[in-house]
Write a protein that binds this ligand. Sequence first.
Ligand code: GTP
Ligand code: MG
Length: 369
Amino acid sequence: TEFISANDLASFMDVSVNEVIKVCLNMGMFVSINQRLDAEAITVIADEFGYDVEFLSAEEEDTVIEIEDNEEDLQPRAPIVTIMGHVDHGKTSLLDYIRNASVAKGEAGGITQHIGAYDVMTKSGKRVTFLDTPGHEAFTAMRARGAKITDIAIIVVAADDSVMPQTKEAINHAQAAGVPIVIALNKIDKPGANPDKVREELSAINVLVEEWGGKYQSQEVSAKTGLGIEDLLEKVLLEAELLDLKANPDRSAVGAVIEASLDKGRGYVTTILVQTGTMQVGDIVLAGPHFGRVKAMTDHRGKKMKKAGPATPVQVLGLTGAPQAGDKIQVMETEREARELATQRQQLAREQSLRTKKHITLDEIGRRL
Ligand code: GTP
Ligand code: MG
């Protein structure tokens, strides 16, 4: 099994990928930036940098027992979409356009600057949830933490530019995670736009678009004028239909942490994505090494919510600390149980950081996702 790329390993160890490549060369291993490494290679390389690596399997990962859902309890849910692509190709612009377009008149002023996740209603009346991962690093980090939260990836390529290293990396990540890809050929409004050139370059890396007989849906868009964006969303929804996404809204909620911060007035604000079940105000939650009682929930426009069902992003107030992106959040029966597990996890983290050898933990990404 191959786990992560040399580049990702370097970022886990907080060194440059060039150093990793150099060390590999010294050991007689030829490794390229995006090359995915197997367990043996990771162990050997990490050792050179003073890390030992622990490979966790899915079973060992969490102490909390999962509830299996019965098929008949499952209901259709909205797709969760991540936008990835090369620097400056228009990820943020696209996210902004989609969000602003969905805001009804009069509400437009209430838009906040940055938000980790939001959901919109398309013209065809279907809900789509978007995650704003500030880059593929976050996507990788979340996956390394065992969080599989994206259903579909939109890969943005600027049509006045080319398929770039980060474009390829984003495609690799999505493919490795088994996440379907929709290509957005952005900046189509620009005089220099040449989408055919980009399609050509994509075909050279085995991403053949539908118009050319391939399996990848693509859409020419402009995040500036909005051209093609409605069509892009319809293509995303088509992909979602094939996935037949379902979840059980009538159970205690389980979700993933998207981001968390400390707000002077409100305490810890945690943006989460409910994956299954329904989160309610008053629920006791465990999130990574933290716990708490949900005091209030708001949507991405700051509107108060009492409950949040599957595939709903929501900001939660009431946690006792800030969990990390990708941490699991789940509703617990009792506060005592939540507190105990949180304490246990904090202790574990402390012990691990006390060990002399630096430590990285990778789950079996290749196998599980
Ligand atoms: P990073 O977050 O830095 O990786 O960039 P990004 O992919 O989020 O790109 P961003 O949305 O910041 O856009 C980069 C630049 O391209 C900005 O100046 C945008 O205004 C511009 N831009 C994005 N989309 C379009 C488009 O469709 N047409 C035109 N003309 N400009 C665009
Ligand atoms: Mg951006």
